[in-house]
Design a protein around this ligand. Structure first.
Ligand code: NAP
Length: 289
C-alpha cells in the first residue's frame, strides 16, 4: 500500500508518517515546502505522479484564534486545499482521509457527540474545517473514475512530539517556574497524536468510509490535563482555573466537545487508550517537550 501524507511535518502528519513506516507501507511524506495544498496544479501533478492508494490529508490551517481575523486564508487552506487534494486523489483512484475536528460541534450537548449528530461550528476555524469535510465528499462524488469514498476522521485536543500543543506549552512554563492559568469549563477528550495515527491506519485497513470519531478514552478539562501533566513530571506549580470568558480567547470554543467512540472501537476491536495512560506514555517515552 502506498500512502501520501500532506502536512507531514505537523503534529499529526509526523505521527502518521512514522506509524505508516512501522507498518511497512510505502510512504510519501510531503511537508508544506514540498507541496502547498492551495496550489491546485502542483497538487494534481504530485499526486498524479505518485499515484498512491491513499492520501492522508494532515495539512491544515490550525491557528484557531488567528482564523477569526483571517477566515478567508483559513478557508483557502482548509476547504479549497482539501478539495484540491481529494480531487487529485480521486483522479488516480486514491481514497482521501480528511482529518477534521470536534470544533464542528456547538458544544451544547451533554452526552458524547455521535458522528451523525448535527454540526454547528462556533468559530471560523470550525466553519472552515466543516467546509473541508463537505468539499472532500463533493469531490469524491463528482469523480467519474473508480469509487473513492472519503474517510473523515474527527479528532480533537491533540498533543504530541511533532508540533505546538497545550501539554508541551504548559510544561515549558512550569519548568520555568511560572504559575499557570488554565481554562476549567471546557470538556473534551485529550488525545495523543500517535494514537490518532494508529487508529486512522486501522480504520483505513478496515475499509470503512464516511465520518468517524477518533480520540483517547475518558473525558477531561484543560485544568485537569495541566494537573495530570505536572503530577507525572513531578512539578509543583500553582494552577489557577479560569473560565473561558475570563481567558478571553479570540475564537469561541465548544463548552463540551466529547466525541462518541463506540463505532470506532467496534470496528478496530479495542477500547481507545485512556487519556491519562496516553499522557504518561508520551511524557515518559518522548522525553522533554
Ligand atoms: N491540533 C489539534 O488539537 C487538532 C484538533 C482537531 C483536529 N485537528 C486537525 O488535525 C490535522 C493535523 O493538525 P496538526 O495538529 O498536526 O496541526 P499542525 O501541527 O499545525 O500541522 C498542520 C501542518 O499543515 C501545514 N500546512 C499549513 N498550510 C499548508 C498548505 N497550504 N500546504 C501544505 N501544508 C500546509 C503546516 O505547515 P506550517 O507549520 O508551515 O504552517 C503544518 O505542518 C488538521 O486537519 C487539524 O485541523 C487538530
Amino acid at each position: 500500500m502506498k500512502i501520501l501524507v500532506t502536512g507531514a511535518r505537523g503534529l499529526l502528519g509526523t505521527e502518521v508518517v512514522s506509524a505508516a513506516h512501522v507498518r511497512g507501507f510505502e510512504t510519501i511524506a510531503l511537508g508544506r515546502g514540498d507541496l502547498d495544498v492551495c496550489d491546485a496544479g502542483a497538487v494534481a501533478d504530485r499526486i498524479g505522479v505518485e499515484a498512491p492508494s491513499w492520501v492522508v490529508h494532515c495539512a491544515a490551517y490550525t491557528a484557531v484564534d488567528r482564523a477569526e481575523d483571517e477566515p478567508e486564508v483559513a478557508m483557502r487552506v482548509n476547504r479549497d486545499g482539501a478539495a484540491n487534494v481529494a480531487r487529485a486523489g480521486a483522479d488516480v483512484g486514491a481514497r482521501t482521509v480528511y482529518v477534521s475536528t470536534d470544533y464542528v460541534f456547538d458544544g451544547r450537548k451533554r452526552s458524547p457527540y455521535l458522528p451523525t449528530d448535527p454540526v454547528g461550528p462556533l468559530s471560523e476555524y470550525g466553519r472552515t474545517k466543516l467546509a473541508g469535510e463537505l468539499a472532500v465528499f463533493r469531490e469524491a462524488a463528482a469523480s467519474s473514475g473508480v469509487r473513492t469514498p472519503p474517510l473523515i476522521v474527527r479528532t480533537g485536543w491533540l498533543y504530541g512530539a511533532g508540533g505546538r500543543n497545550f501539554v508541551s506549552a504548559i510544561l515549558r512554563r512550569a519548568e520555568r517556574g511560572e504559575g499557570l492559568k488554565v481554562v476549567e469549563d471546557q470538556r473534551g477528550r485529550l488525545t495523543w497524536g500517535r494514537n490518532v495515527a494508529e487508529v486512522t491506519l486501522d480504520l483505513m485497513a478496515a475499509g470503512v468510509e464516511g465520518i468517524w470519531h477518533v480520540a483517547d478514552g475518558g473525558e477531561t478539562t484543560w485544568v485537569d490535563v495541566a494537573h495530570e501533566a505536572l503530577r507525572i513530571r513531578g512539578l509543583d506549580v500553582e494552577v489557577e482555573g479560569v473560565t473561558t470568558k475570563q481567558w478571553g480567547a479570540a475564537a469561541p470554543r465548544p463548552a463540551y466537545s466529547v466525541v462518541d467512540l463506540a463505532a470506532t472501537e467496534e470496528v478496530v476491536g479495542r477500547s481507545m487508550m485512556d487519556w491519562r495512560e496516553a499522557l504518561r506514555r508520551f511524557l515518559e517515552s518522548e522525553g522533554r517537550p
